[in-house]
Design a protein around this ligand. Sequence first.
Ligand code: AMP
Length: 585
Amino acid sequence: MSELEEFRILGLSEEMLRAISAKGFETPSPIQKLAIPALLSRTSDLIAQAQTGTGKTAAFGLPLLERLEPVRGAVQALILVPTRELALQVTEELLSFNYKKLSIAPIYGGASMSEQLRRLKRGIDIVVGTPGRILDHIGRETLDLHAMRYLVLDEADEMLNMGFIDDVEAIMSHMPDDRRVMLFSATMPDRVASLAQRYMHETEVLSVPSQQMTAELTDQIYFEVRESDKFDALTRIVDVEPEFYGIVFCRTKVGVDELVSRMLERGYSVEGLHGDVSQAQREQILRKFKRRQVNILVATDVAARGIDVNNLSHVINYSLPQDTESYVHRIGRTGRAGNQGTAITFISPSEFRQFGMLKREVKADIKREQLPSVQDVIAIKRAKLQDDLREVIESGNHTEYQGMAEEILTRYSAPEALSALLRLAFKNELSESHYPEIRSINVDRRGKTRIFMAIGRSDGFDARKLVDLLKRECELPDSKIDDVRLMDRFSFVTVPFNEAERVVRRLNAISRGHHPLAEVARDNRPEGSSGHREEGTERGFRKRKTSENMPRGGTLRGGAERSSRGRSAVSRGRKSSTPKRRGRK
Ligand code: AMP
């Protein structure tokens, strides 16, 4: 288990190291390196500057799981998160390291109260909850905090943005005095800082230094894709790039293995490298890769360290790296010796925020591009086929089949026989219907965004008053306010995309920290963030309280970068000449 040494020196147990290894992590992320020893070996409260995507859940989760023993009585640790989506994500991440079999459960608004009551009655060691629902349970005395030893405030700034900060404060006022608080926040607005001051004792502040780095020479682009579409996106890129010779980076060993087996299944020439690959295998794989016997290498950051391969045509960030430094290392492998390489990053909705930070730190311009279309892929494959055909005919390397061909042609017409042979050789690879659709996750490309507001006619509004509110509070001119739709308890309005985030913030600020007033409506959100549906009934909007189910407004940020160019640019800067059969075996 020597490759887990960096985790071991943080003070984690052998059982936990086994769980980490099974999960496929190889090295701790920067925030994990700081937070894990602080939480395991010291006692002070903690303020950590970290956001989703940096490994913060394991940063607080691993020490919690090490320090607690299963009791299944009163709650021992409470993790407050801004959205139910995050509640589920955090619970899932904790369960994946739960070697002691602690009872861990999410408690969030919108889910069945009776089921939550049953679970709470049976006893839960770690509750992961959204503030409103947790406060409800405290009020009903169904959540007993007297034994609570740890409180985690996850994404504290988002809880503030969503208007939950008063609820958080109310919850904190119910905590026993000798508990430990860990606050994680990407930014530190005054209100969050003052909360920390009032309710935290001796505090230790952890922050990963910002890494300003430059990465030039390489053409850097990104695609917005759902997690579940990443594989098809990758195959499209490899398929349209005749000279693809690249490394595809995954975060974990498990990720590498899964991707390699899916690619092999599809007939790509690919090898995988990670910490569990023996030295002998590693050398053999690298030899093959250097000789270009395989043209795709899938690797973790650790495994790719020290690989001395030049002139990669592509580096693909299948998952975002943990920090900016790794990003720069990864992409530094292309474009060496003055050659233009392309660094491609896939961004799923849950990676938007982290990517925003990365983009600020990497001083180069990372441009958003469109994935190659199915038509592009098929056109390239057809061209490849024509090219190969001409090559074989010109070389005369087919005479052994002459007799067989003539025999076939006695029974079938030439087009019939050839098309059947194409079908046998390519199955349905040259037909559009064979390719899964990759759905766009983009916000409205015309630059408009629909906003949901938890106010309606029953709050005394009509369309005019709503527009007045937006003009007054958000300083939006009439011309930027469109398509107001007013219902009894809620309403929708369309505003320019680049104003949407500000509008949502301003509206939520005037709701004075109660429940959020405004949110980006679901149809404008990337998938993965659960949200509201405009169509249909008022289900979910009956009571203002249910607005706790709202997703984070933060997802907007990542979508803000737009490119007017619609062209596919997997390899801008390089000419794609007549394709050779490189992508596939
Ligand atoms: P988080 O920032 O906690 O939302 O984590 C983002 C993703 O990174 C999750 O899928 C984690 O499982 C993964 N992750 C966290 N720590 C590591 C690590 N040390 N190595 C690889 N992946 C990690």
